[in-house]
Design a protein around this ligand. Structure first.
Ligand SMILES: NC(=O)c1ccc[n+]([C@@H]2O[C@H](COP(=O)([O-])OP(=O)(O)OC[C@H]3O[C@@H](n4cnc5c(N)ncnc54)[C@H](OP(=O)(O)O)[C@@H]3O)[C@@H](O)[C@H]2O)c1
Length: 298
């Protein structure tokens, strides 16, 4: 963090959701000035650091609000029409800023279904889902924006408050089995860590597109197994995907319709970033306060 903290004058996080907030908290701890946005009106006693940004209602940060911004993180997904709300509303204002870096959080969904094969930054993009096609179009629009854009492609995000331990605790966990199906994932603190690592690099060393993922894609039932072990609680009933798919929401079904492994070798070996949570073992164990650790092969 020290190198990134020194590089950032003031950061704007567009979208103070799960990842945006985690990023802002890390920056605040390091004493870096940061502002983040949300659509809801701000309460009068709101802590400083929040701006209102609701492009569909025409509510934009003013040029005054953005004074001194050198780095921007965009966590806002395409809107219901598939367009990028930030580009549509704020591009002209962003172009006036002396930006050193703009990170755009995208998704590995742009690679489509590879039948479980690995994808990396050089793999062809073949989005199948409507939302992934929109995402790819937004990535391309960001690249054409004239800003110093880095596109970060993410698989499933997990971390504090958003993980299978939480799902078991609140009764929403499901043990669904689909033969051969794996998911890739990334711990939210490795998104933050990976982004800060990129910011600290000289601009010429930052890849235009980078996958942030841990090293261990696997079936979701594996995570649930470890989570139940850590909590000492029973697993939910076993469900076969084919049998339950018709009753799933369209969104849930779409997650299960693609199977791929996201490779983060460029991040780790190419750029020298050391994952805090190389697999779900470390990630989930940290969530119960005791270190379980990855299995050791003797
Ligand atoms: N979650 C995953 O597993 C996953 C996987 C791959 C990629 N991604 C992508 O990575 C990014 C970060 O994910 P996340 O889970 O941290 O997101 P999140 O918690 O849903 O936060 C998204 C933020 O974007 C804001 N937002 C959404 N639509 C907006 C609009 N039309 N105008 C203005 N603000 C808008 C939300 O504002 P409000 O607070 O006002 O609602 C929220 O602050 C997203 O682009 C997501 O699609 C997520």
């Amino acid at each position: 963090m020290p190198a990134a903290a020194a590089a950032i004058g003031r950061m704007l996080v567009l979208g103070g959701g799960y990842t945006g907030r985690r990023m802002a908290e890390a920056l605040e701890r390091a004493g870096v000035p940061v502002v983040l946005t949300r659509r809801q009106p701000l309460a009068s006693q709101e802590r400083p650091g929040w701006l209102r940004f609701d492009p569909h209602q025409g509510v934009l940060p003013s040029p005054q609000d953005l004074l001194g911004i050198t780095h921007v993180l965009v966590t806002i997904p395409p809107d219901a029409g598939g367009r990028d709300p930030v580009l549509d509303a704020l591009l002209a204002r962003l172009l006036e800023l002396p930006l050193d870096w703009l990170g755009y959080l995208s998704t590995t969904g742009v690679y489509g279904d590879t039948g479980g094969a690995w994808v990396d930054e050089s793999s062809p993009t073949r989005p199948l889902l409507e939302r992934s096609r929109a995402r790819l179009a937004c990535e391309e629009a960001w690249r054409r924006s004239g800003l110093p854009v880095q596109v970060l492609r993410l698989p499933g995000i997990y971390g504090p408050g958003r993980n299978p331990l939480e799902n078991l605790r609140n009764g929403t966990a499901r043990l669904i089995h689909k033969p051969g199906q794996v998911f890739s994932r990334i711990h939210v603190d490795d998104i933050v860590g990976g982004l800060l690592h990129c910011i600290a690099l000289p601009a010429v060393r930052r890849p235009e597109t980078l996958i942030l993922a841990d090293r261990f894609p696997c079936p979701s039932s594996e995570l649930l197994g470890l989570a139940a072990h850590l909590l000492g609680c029973p697993l939910p009933p076993f469900e076969r995907f084919d049998e339950v798919a018709p009753s799933m929401s369209g969104m849930a079904r779409s997650f299960w319709s693609e199977n791929r492994r996201a490779c983060s070798r460029l991040l780790r070996r190419g750029l020298g970033y050391r994952l805090l949570y190389p697999s779900y073992w470390e990630g989930l164990s940290s969530g119960v306060g005791s270190f379980f650790g990855a299995p050791k092969i003797l």
